[in-house]
Design a binder for this molecule. Structure first.
Ligand SMILES: [Zn+2]
Length: 257
């Protein structure tokens, strides 16, 4: 992403309107760019100034009346026509939508683009990206699983298995609580050179679900598997083969299911 793209997206970024991947790209650019941090500062200051109450004034009634009186009649008639036309277009659209919904068109598999697993993959990838944004990565920072594991005690209704893979080149660097699939979950953070891996863990009652193929969204890979009624999602922008190696190393050390 270059300065121009960042400049165009700054307002949306400050208003929290961007998807996590784009927000992260902006943050990464701003970290490395000599000019953009100041631009962001200025934009933020301007936004705050514009939000200040002192800028809002209610027009006095006398002004309101003068404006109403000075508006030429033909214009208001034209607006009236336009308004009526818009209302008819809206009504027609609502009617068509109603017919489509009644016909059950929106429930056919053809129109449902996401399987539950895809939407979960999107959730874990979004969560992974959010974790890479400023200071979200770890609540407990430690390379020692004997520190990380007790940290979760009392914070969750299950006890995650915490495995360190330092000797295999995937050191554990921390952990945090996250929220996925409508519940609090464990997120363990591993590192592979400059890449971060999030390993999300939570109990999964529906143990009939089977392992699925890796899912890739916006350059991030997600691999999931089940073990003893617990679901695991490993997410990273690592090469897929390396993430698969990580997943098999973790799986090999889990208690047999
Ligand atoms: Zn820049």
């Amino acid at each position: 992403m270059d300065c121009n793209e960042v400049r165009n997206l700054l307002d949306a970024y400050l208003d929290d309107e961007l998807d996590p991947a784009t927000s992260l790209q902006i943050e990464q650019h701003i970290n490395d760019c000599p000019g953009c941090p100041e631009r962001l500062q200025n934009r933020r200051a301007l936004k705050q100034a514009l939000q200040a109450d002192a800028l809002y004034h209610r027009a006095p009634d006398s002004l309101r009346r003068r404006v109403q009186l000075s508006t030429p009649a033909p214009l208001s008639v034209r607006w009236g026509d336009r308004l009526r036309q818009n209302i008819w277009v809206s009504l027609a659209a609502a009617l068509i939508l109603g017919v489509l919904v009644t016909a059950g068109l929106f429930q056919t598999p053809l129109l449902r683009s996401n399987t539950p697993n895809d939407s979960l993959a999107q959730q874990v990838i979004d969560s992974h990206i959010r974790s890479l944004m400023a200071d979200h990565l770890s609540d407990v920072i430690s390379t020692d699983q004997h520190t990380v594991k007790p940290w979760f005690d009392g914070k969750l209704d299950f006890s995650p298995t915490v495995i360190n893979l330092e000797d295999q080149g995937f050191p554990l660097i921390g952990g945090r609580l996250d929220y996925l699939d409508d519940r609090p979950v464990t997120a363990l953070v591993y590192q592979r050179q400059k890449h971060i891996i999030n390993l999300f863990i939570w109990p999964q009652a529906n143990s009939s679900a089977s392992d699925t193929a890796p899912i890739t969204i916006q350059g991030y890979h997600a691999i999931s598997w089940l073990n003893s009624g617990t679901i695991y999602w490993a997410v990273s922008d690592l090469e897929l083969s390396e993430l698969q190696t990580f997943a098999s190393l973790i799986r090999a050390q889990l208690p047999p299911s």
